[in-house]
Design a protein around this ligand. Structure first.
Ligand SMILES: Nc1ncnc2c1ncn2[C@@H]1O[C@H](COP(=O)(O)OP(=O)(O)OP(=O)(O)O)[C@@H](O)[C@H]1O
Ligand SMILES: [Mg+2]
Length: 253
């Protein structure tokens, strides 16, 4: 049975999509069968694995709003063993359209039950908000992986996220765990980065992944080529660290 991980933080630009795409591709590279679920209307994970959004007929919107079978919207990617349920801008309407629907928070969970058995890992790339799309993701997941950017104010907003996790645990998904906190975009040349690492470790302790993702220009170039780092530049530092992260995630079971 596949393990479902939500990659979530309502703060924008902290590395959620970069982590979803590259952790997914590295797990697939190691031999696991992986499904990426893009649940962000920006569709960055979708284009990040080389899918032209204009060519997408059905996306996660159809699954959430129109009860289309998840199996019918899964697409292969350029990476062997890596598959995706894409998102397009159509999804922007879902946040409002779902409000009056029955069991609006459990739609993704129900949809993924149909495909969970076919994958080793399912990674959900959440949008930068704590709305219904993120609630659906947390409700559907076994655990949440929280990317935190090594920047001033890194911890700001995290109490809101943790509060939301607690509410989901209480009302919607008792099994939800915090899988880990991932420090991203570290600039090792600055003292600030080191301070943030210490601060985050003090707060989250052993929940912080040993792997820390540095700033790496190849990681920021890869999406415009529609390729995960392991394909775009397998010898880069970015590829190396996301492979390390994949092994660490695997070691957690
Ligand atoms: N380790 C890194 N080194 C260099 N650039 C990075 C790194 N991680 C992410 N980036 C770049 O930073 C920007 C934000 O990253 P990303 O899109 O992964 O964040 P996000 O949390 O998904 O953003 P959003 O909240 O908008 O969905 C992107 O341009 C990405 O290419
Ligand atoms: Mg994103």
């Amino acid at each position: 049975m596949g393990k479902i991980l939500a990659i979530a933080n309502q703060k924008g630009g902290v590395g959620k999509t970069t982590t979803s795409v590259n952790l997914g591709a590295c797990l697939a590279y190691i031999g696991k069968k992986v499904l990426l679920v893009d649940i962000d209307p920006q569709g960055n994970a979708t284009s990040g694995v080389g899918i032209e959004k204009a060519d997408v007929n059905q996306c996660i919107y159809d699954v959430l709003v129109d009860d289309v079978d998840a199996n019918a919207v899964i697409l292969p990617t350029s990476v062997d063993k890596l598959f995706i349920i894409p998102a397009t801008i159509q999804l922007a309407g879902a946040e409002i359209e779902l409000v009056p629907t029955i069991s609006r928070e459990v739609r993704l969970k129900r949809a993924l039950e149909e495909v969970k058995g076919d994958f080793d890992y399912i990674l959900i790339d959440c949008p930068p908000s704590l709305g219904l799309l993120t609630l659906n993701s947390l409700t559907a997941s076994d655990a949440v992986l929280i990317p935190v950017q090594c920047e001033y104010y890194a911890l700001e907003g995290l109490s809101q996220l943790l509060n939301t996790v607690r509410l989901v645990q209480k009302h919607l998904n008792h099994e939800l765990r915090i899988e880990g906190v991932l420090l991203t975009m570290l600039d090792a040349r600055t003292n600030l980065g080191i301070q943030v690492i210490e601060e985050v470790k003090k707060y989250f302790q052993d929940k912080v992944y040993k792997t820390i993702i540095p700033r790496n220009v190849r990681l920021s170039e890869a999406p415009s080529h529609g390729e995960p780092i392991i394909i775009y530049d397998p010898r880069s530092r970015g590829a190396e660290v996301y492979l390390d992260l994949a092994k660490e995630v695997l070691s957690h079971g």
